[in-house]
Design a binder for this molecule. Structure first.
Ligand SMILES: CC(C)(COP(=O)(O)OP(=O)(O)OC[C@H]1O[C@@H](n2cnc3c(N)ncnc32)[C@H](O)[C@@H]1OP(=O)(O)O)[C@@H](O)C(=O)NCCC(=O)NCCS
Length: 172
């Protein structure tokens, strides 16, 4: 299944991750407020590696991260998508999202997540998607709950306590 390279949500435009997004990602990854819940700030070199890994993910699996822009003025809002990950001793597909802080608190992560999950369940026919975050990241946990994820267990990830949530594909 070849996914479309762009799509839109009510307020956002999504573009499949490309090398040209490096500068925007570097700006995001240099911001300590955003990165506090994502393992801390990253150097531009680490972001370049992150981008290379995620471009390879697209090549290997045919899905991955998108970059989201504000429909109204084109501003970079954030990144989000689906990633294969090995967690809790199993291979899973993870929903990932991160927004520039000026866009927090407007329901945009939930809006991104809803559309990404639709792609995951309807186009990729995934049986389930997982999501996990630090126990202290209450905003992200709330996003998961609003998207319908169910808390499954506490886990240690990257040496830090996390909560692990799961969402099964809707029954047809
Ligand atoms: C977590 C994050 C994605 C949330 O994005 P967002 O666009 O603000 O999310 P939404 O507006 O869709 O929903 C946030 C919800 O959390 C709630 N919330 C925010 N801060 C909270 C807090 N400290 N405690 C409890 N709930 C909180 C909001 O009230 C909202 O819930 P509501 O709609 O019921 O009122 C954003 O803060 C972010 O990018 N953080 C940095 C990266 C990150 O942590 N990514 C997730 C990694 S798993």
């Amino acid at each position: 299944m070849l996914l479309k390279t762009t799509f839109s949500t009510h307020r956002l435009l999504a573009d499949r991750l490309q090398f040209e997004h490096l500068e925007k990602l570097c700006i995001m990854h240099r911001d300590p407020k955003i990165m506090a819940t994502l393992g801390g700030i990253r150097s531009d070199e680490q972001t370049r590696q992150f981008l290379q890994n995620n471009l390879k993910h697209w090549q290997d699996y045919g899905f991955g991260l998108w970059v989201f822009r504000d429909k109204a003025d084109g501003r970079f809002v954030g990144r989000g998508g689906l990633k294969n990950t090995y967690i809790g001793g199993k291979n899973e597909v993870e929903l990932a999202y991160a927004l520039m802080s000026e866009f927090w608190g407007k329901g945009l992560a939930t809006e991104m997540g809803e559309t990404i999950l639709k792609v995951g369940f309807e186009q990729l026919a995934l049986p389930k998607v997982v999501c996990f975050t630090m126990t202290t990241n209450l905003a992200s946990q709330r996003v998961m709950q609003k998207l319908g994820f169910q808390y499954e267990r506490d886990i240690i990830h990257a040496n830090l306590p996390h909560v692990f949530y799961r969402l099964n594909a809707p029954v047809k």
